[in-house]
Design a protein around this ligand. Sequence first.
Ligand code: NAD
Length: 310
Amino acid sequence: MKVLITPRSFPQSGAKAYKLLREQEFEIIENRTGKTLTENQLVELCRDVDGIIVGVDPITERVLRSAGKLKAISKYGAGLDNVDLETARELGIKVDRAAGTNAVSVAELTVGLIFAIARNIPYSASSVKSGGWDRLRGIEITGKTIGIIGLGAIGREVARMAFGIGMNILGYDPYIDTNASFLKDYSVNLTTLERIYREADFITLHLPLTDGTRHMINRDTLAMMKPTAYLINTARGELVDEDALYDALKSGALAGAAQDVFSKEPPEGHKLLELDNFILTSHIGAYTVEANEKMAVKSAENLIRMLKEE
Ligand code: NAD
């Protein structure tokens, strides 16, 4: 069987995963472009493959319909928003994801971004590097309220860390088991989205991008937030209406925002990048030695299982 591996960080962390795949005597083809593949490139590469281990590359309807032998798609990560799940279902192509493998890494980055935006760390560091000694006054995090939207693998880790810091924790997740032990362990108060928007000092997004969640952070929801509040987004860029966010940050209706994701990556000179109270990192949430290795092994195991089930 022939399998395509697209994630750029896979070769670097995939020693154990390659071993598993070679044991199956799979023929492996890889993304050698150093970039996320385009739809056209995927159409070419997927033509005769049986399985794909995919990163953030667009597995669209056109890609799926032109991949006549494709039986399984294994996501190297958590979010499946780049895969046309409906078409995959229609064509009988199995899909799975490396659930939970990067939760600690993404949660640690989230907490890092909270500290970075609350204390203006990137501003100060870049001032010093360019010969200055400028300061912007920050706030303390201990005792503040965090609102965690989405309490899956990553949201739970954020709750664990926020509890350790001494934050008050509000949480929202319509699909959560309300008896889950972590809610009690980390003193997470389940509440409404509206209460989170109105009361939280830090609002952090950890839910999937779907048609229902696209632009959930918009002019209306931003208007509910306190002018002293901060928005943290390490989930997906399209959850946020970036023009509305710009206006809120520029006018002082929101204190700051820190993101690891953007609607278009890289953002190519978006006006948000001109603001000192906006931080954007380059989708590094899962980009750690530990997470990459776990993602590679789990996605290889998932692919093998799905192809073997055939
Ligand atoms: P997960 O599936 O474990 O958790 C997602 C949670 O969101 C689930 O508990 C689900 O019930 C909840 N949810 C679904 N719809 C919701 C809604 N409308 N409102 C509130 N909650 C809702 O996934 P995860 O591993 O925690 O990842 C969360 C998201 O983070 C992914 O979908 C992905 O987009 C993003 N992510 C980003 C990076 C990065 O590199 N920055 C890495 C991994 C994941």
